[in-house]
Write a protein that binds this ligand. Structure first.
Ligand code: SF4
Ligand code: SF4
Length: 311
């Protein structure tokens, strides 16, 4: 009995037919290829590699969420191929289920309960659905609309808690304009980030950010100095307090995540006045309490703004 051999030409023709069906329900550029997006577009890459059957465009009545006031995540239904990667990520990785495929037939879309904006759902604004979307249908609102090659990526460690998640800073003209998670399997956070790691990067270029140590001079004003001088001044201040009032007058607060590296000994074993606060973290990537707190904070800010405009 002869062994079945795959027919490469037939496989490519089948792939082209399937890609043509997807492309007919997708926004195309002037050359008839699926558009490029800031997050790339896997459908475009596949069509460029295998070609696609030219089919007449279909008018899918798939809808998005026009009233979604969340500041971070936007959904463009014309770029969605209904692969369900985002909804599975939200359900199976985040355990949140804020989004799901809803409606039927050509109207099927990525929806929330009653098509509410993400701020009014269980969404924790982790942004993982953005990273997992292959076509750029889900994007970060504030990021510039540039092709992927326009971003220089620098990998670094998120500095919001002690878990040590790795983040990729996306830089354009020397400014961080977006943060993305490294691909799954490469780093401790396995492709995941929380709301802070992904979206709270405004501080990097904020004009009020402290960029060098400051000490108060004889004139009562703060002056820039070196780390050596600043650390010695702080140490001297602590020693002066201890000398004047005893060691119990000193208190130092250290922060460490529950699943951190455990450098700090138990509070009971520490000298008087030294306590460390443990932060809630889950398996080194999702700070759930932080996520919900941040989501509620953004929601309150939006509600305050709406109330200011229409008391
Ligand atoms: S941001 Fe996170 S929680 Fe919100 S819909 Fe996307 S995956 Fe789900
Ligand atoms: S991951 Fe992107 S393309 Fe896939 S269903 Fe979600 S929004 Fe649509």
């Amino acid at each position: 009995m002869s062994r079945w051999q795959p027919d490469r030409n037939a496989s490519i023709a089948t792939a082209g037919s399937l890609l043509g069906l997807y492309a007919a329900d997708h926004r195309l550029d002037a050359s008839g290829t699926p558009v490029q997006t800031a997050n790339g577009n896997v459908l475009r890459d596949l069509v460029n590699e295998f070609g696609s059957l030219p089919l007449e465009a279909v008018e899918a009545p798939r809808h998005g969420r026009p009233d979604d006031s969340n500041p971070y995540i936007s959904f463009d239904p014309e770029l969605c191929i209904l692969c369900a990667r985002c909804t599975r990520y939200c359900d199976e990785v985040e355990g949140v289920s804020a989004i799901a495929l809803a409606y039927r037939g050509a109207e099927t879309t990525v929806a929330t309960v009653a098509d509410r904006g993400l701020l009014d759902t269980t969404c924790e604004l982790c942004g993982g659905c953005i990273d997992t979307c292959p076509t750029g249908a889900l994007t970060e609102r504030r990021a510039p609309d540039l092709p992927p090659e326009a971003f220089d990526k620098t990998r670094t460690t998120c500095n919001f808690c002690g878990v040590g998640c790795q983040v990729d800073l996306n830089v354009v003209d020397g400014r961080v304009v977006k943060v993305t998670g490294p691909p799954p399997g490469e780093t401790v956070n396995d492709g995941n980030l929380c709301v802070k790691g992904r979206f709270a990067y405004d501080f990097i270029h904020h004009p009020d950010r402290l960029r060098e140590p400051l000490v108060r001079g004889e004139d009562g004003e703060l002056h820039a100095t070196t780390w050596d001088v600043a650390i010695n001044r702080a140490a001297q201040g602590l020693m002066d307090v201890k000398k004047a009032h005893g060691p119990d007058a000193l208190g130092i607060c250290l922060l460490e995540p529950v699943h951190g590296r455990g450098e700090l000994p138990d509070a009971e074993a520490q000298p008087s006045g030294v306590r460390h606060q443990q932060l809630p973290s889950v398996r080194g990537h999702v700070t759930r309490a932080d996520g919900r707190g941040a989501r509620d904070h953004v929601r309150r800010r939006r509600d305050d703004e709406l109330h200011r405009r229409d008391p």
